[in-house]
Design a protein around this ligand. Structure first.
Ligand code: SAM
Ligand code: SF4
Length: 370
């Protein structure tokens, strides 16, 4: 099907999932468990990741980025952090390699930061969510804003020059003033990159199980976030991602959105791989010490839809001069033209992208492509 080339596309990037958390936040349904008391469980988990990576053989030879996400990668102790970095070190010794790790403010220490640095991690993403202390408690976080600011300053002191902060809006009873306050902190700290997500109420989160709903102020808050960051000099390049300069855009995440091939290791991790010309979504299912990779083959239509769904998240959209994207354009031409006539999509410089209006209702647009 799909790709007639005999040689499968190479894996471009690797995601590594560390599922342990010191605490469980009320909004979160990512794959995670409370950090086990017994350190051996984490050690065994790391052994399992090593075995999983080895099973890829030389297929990971050409990766250009690694993203260690969670869960909370920074909740590993120093010895476990070194073990994790050692396992990954055989893939990272390259020029222009983007190597990111997610940290939670409360578990950032100078010692761990120095280990990350020694092993060539060059991008830090710290989950702050909000700088409002009351709100932090209400969403189930265990840090306060002074812990986050001190962790940020420590990250800079240790010499990291590519630092991202995660924030959320539409949280609980978050007010406009809360968002303006977050913007003032951003102005003061100047992270190189920001991911600012609108809350998605997840059924399996603590809030979802209580049937809580997202507050109804969505569009207004979108505007405050987007205009506020624009005024501070951030370039929006994806629906929820903003960079201070071109070089601060997340290469790893852009590669997901641009239809690249990626592997995911660790419980719950997903991947997108090509095997003997066929495309598969992969997901590691099971429990932390006993999970297996499951493969779901994509039909041609699923594959096209995936490219559209991911690509339209990017402000610059999908490059329709590429062969595969031309195919997609032809396949969806009628729908695309309909959306263009409704001023929801546009084609500019050979790129199919959302208009400003379309960007606000991307999910509704995508439903019509299904
Ligand atoms: C799953 S967390 C992992 C990183 C780290 N443990 C932390 O809490 O920052 C990654 C990011 O996803 C975002 N996130 C998690 N649950 C979300 C939800 N229900 N809606 C929107 N964003 C969410 C948060 O901004 C969080 O920083
Ligand atoms: S948001 Fe981060 S720290 Fe909180 S439960 Fe989810 S993964 Fe763990």
């Amino acid at each position: 099907m799909r790709d007639s080339k005999l040689i499968d596309r190479k894996i471009n990037s690797l995601y590594v999932h560390i599922p342990f958390c010191e605490h469980i936040c009320f909004y979160c349904d990512f794959v995670k468990v409370k950090k086990p008391q017994d350190p051996k469980v984490i050690e065994k988990y790391l052994d399992k990741i090593e075995i999983e990576l080895e099973a890829y053989g030389n297929k990971l030879e050409f990766i250009e980025s690694i993203y260690i996400g969670g869960g909370t990668p920074s909740c590993l102790n120093e010895q476990q952090t070194i073990r994790m970095c050692e396992i990954l070190s055989k893939y990272t010794n390259k020029e222009n390699f983007e190597y990111s790790i997610e940290l939670n403010p409360e578990s950032v220490t100078r010692e761990k930061l120095e280990i990350y640095k020694k092993f060539n991690i060059n991008r830090i993403s710290m989950g702050v969510q909000t700088f409002d202390n009351e709100l932090l408690k209400k969403i189930g976080r265990i840090h306060d804003n002074s812990i986050a600011i001190n962790a940020y300053k420590l990250i800079r002191q240790v010499g990291f020059t590519n630092v991202s902060i995660d924030l959320m809006y539409n949280l609980y009873d978050q007010s406009r003033e809360n968002i303006y306050t977050d913007l003032r902190y951003i102005d003061e700290l100047k992270p190189d990159h920001i991911s600012w997500y609108s809350l998605i109420m997840k059924e399996k989160s603590v809030w979802g199980r209580k049937n809580m709903k997202v507050p109804e102020n969505d569009e207004l808050y979108d505007e405050i976030v987007n205009n506020g960051l624009k005024q501070l000099g951030y370039i929006r390049y994806e629906i929820s991602n903003y960079a201070l300069g071109e070089k601060n855009k997340s290469f790893h995440n852009i590669s997901y959105w641009n239809n690249s091939i990626f592997a995911g290791v660790g419980i719950g991790a997903t991947g997108f791989e090509q095997i003997e010309g066929k495309y598969f979504l992969t997901k590691n299912e099971g429990n932390i010490l006993n999970y297996q990779k499951e493969f779901e083959e994509l039909s041609q239509e699923d594959y096209y839809f995936q490219i559209v769904m991911m690509g339209l998240r990017l402000v610059e959209g999908i490059d329709i001069s590429l062969d595969i994207n031309k195919e997609i354009y032809n396949f969806y031409q009628k729908k695309i033209n309909e959306k263009i006539s409704q001023n929801l999509l546009e084609i500019v410089n050979n790129r199919l992208r959302c208009t400003e209006r379309g960007f606000n209702i991307l999910n509704e647009i995508l439903i019509d492509f299904l």
